[in-house]
Design a protein around this ligand. Structure first.
Ligand SMILES: NC(=O)c1ccc[n+]([C@@H]2O[C@H](COP(=O)([O-])OP(=O)(O)OC[C@H]3O[C@@H](n4cnc5c(N)ncnc54)[C@H](O)[C@@H]3O)[C@@H](O)[C@H]2O)c1
Length: 328
């Protein structure tokens, strides 16, 4: 590996939830970080603590347009990640995944950079195999409301592997499962942020369906560690590699834990399940364990403690924050 002091790293979507934590870790490692974001769902606030860092540069740019910069590594994270945000402008969502991948792969090819793609467990759709191993091809609806995201990410994976085969690019494809932590968007309708915001405000906690649908929740610090490890794997390891926490919880269990940890008097109420909402989602993490020597270790209770503290502070500063229809 190159001396990290010489490593120039581009993070697209770097002002978002995961991207801002990744920028923090890269700066800690001594890298020069170029953060590119169009601030669609991200915000300068997520990087406020490092905005005057001498090794951080923040550039407003939309990845659907080409970018000409000199870098050694690219982490391609730009894409709205929650259903509320990616369904708001579905055409732009597909463009961000597909044109964004083409532009970043083109850049990687020109400057011979190694490139990591933030793919997603959504490439498995509503899976018929549980837990999902990387060689499962998925069960995706190509014309539904989630398709702009799921199919956009699937096409981005195709592009990554074609650039690998055709142009010998050094690629790393990580399939991220539900991740939570400080700096999640308070209005993104994700189940963890929704439950916490509702509980802190003492408002009814909306449970969609009967609450028996399961999810695995990975704490953000664990996930970012996996990104860094994956980037450092030998060139013949491309992934796709599942990155997530293998522990499974029902949504009802999560709701009860959040109520307990926030000392909230909020009642849990039930609403119908949104369409295309997967019933089960859990990564098979054996590949990540063997190739990255990594597994998520932060217990849900501990990760929730940090996340609740973050939202508590945020709600004090901006009390008007409202949760939306939730989705994991
Ligand atoms: N958080 C999760 O649980 C999760 C799960 C699976 C995959 N992912 C993937 O990880 C990546 C980051 O997700 P996140 O949770 O941090 O979401 P986020 O919405 O907080 O971050 C995405 C960032 O990309 C930026 N962006 C969106 N479109 C852009 C464009 N056209 N040009 C430049 N910037 C653009 C947004 O402004 C934002 O800062 C996404 O690619 C997402 O699909 C996240």
């Amino acid at each position: 590996m190159k001396d990290s002091y010489l490593t120039r790293v581009l993070v697209t979507g770097g002002a978002g939830f995961l991207g801002s934590h990744l920028c923090d870790r890269l700066l800690e490692r001594g890298c020069d970080v170029l953060c590119v974001d169009n601030f669609y769902t991200g915000s300068k606030r997520n990087l406020a603590h490092v905005l005057d860092h001498p090794r951080l540069e923040l550039m407003r740019h939309d990845v659907t347009f080409p970018l000409y910069v000199e870098v050694d590594q690219i982490f391609n994270l730009a894409c709205p990640a929650s259903p509320i945000h990616y369904q708001n402008d579905p055409v732009q969502t597909t463009k961000t995944s597909v044109h964004g991948a083409i532009n970043m792969l083109g850049l990687a090819k020109r400057v011979k950079a190694k490139i990591f793609q933030a793919s997603t467990s959504e490439v498995y759709g509503d899976p018929e195999v549980h837990p999902q191993p990387e060689d499962y091809w998925g069960h995706v609806n190509p014309i539904g409301f989630r398709s702009c995201y799921d199919e956009g990410k699937r096409c981005a994976e195709t592009l990554f592997f074609d650039y690998y085969r055709q142009h010998k690019l050094r690629i790393k494809v990580g399939r991220i499962f539900n991740t939570y932590g400080p700096r999640m968007h308070p209005n993104d309708g994700r189940v963890v942020s929704n439950f916490i915001v509702q509980a802190l405000r003492g408002e009814p906690i909306t449970l969609y369906g009967d609450g028996s649908q399961t999810r695995s929740f990975c704490y953000v610090a664990d996930l970012v560690e996996a990104f860094l490890r994956m980037m450092e794997t030998p060139d013949d390891f491309t992934g796709p590699c599942n990155l997530g926490n293998g522990d499974e919880f029902t949504i009802a269990q999560l709701a009860e834990l959040v109520v307990e940890m926030t000392n909230s008097r909020a009642k849990i109420i039930r609403k119908p399940l949104p369409s295309d909402d997967p019933k089960q989602r859990k990564p098979d993490t054996r590949l990540a364990e063997s190739k990255l020597g990594w597994r998520a270790t932060t217990p849900l209770r501990e990760g929730l403690k940090h996340t609740i503290a973050y939202f508590d502070q945020l709600l004090r500063e901006t009390p008007a924050v409202r949760p939306e229809v939730n989705s994991a």
